[in-house]
Design a protein. Structure first.
Length: 48
């Protein structure tokens, strides 16, 4: 099954995106996304 996760910007900490991730995955999901607060593309990491 998969679970819904929230992605937060590494630089400013704002939670911009939500996506679906596999539950069997042990590492946190990291994607390069656009942050509207920073106005640049930054790494967004899965939050708890």
């Amino acid at each position: 099954m998969s679970k819904k996760v929230i992605l937060a910007c590494v630089d400013c900490g704002s939670r911009n995106y939500s996506t679906v991730s596999k539950e069997t995955q042990t590492k946190r999901l990291e994607l390069r996304k656009f942050c509207k607060t920073c106005t640049t593309q930054t790494i967004h990491r899965e939050t708890k």
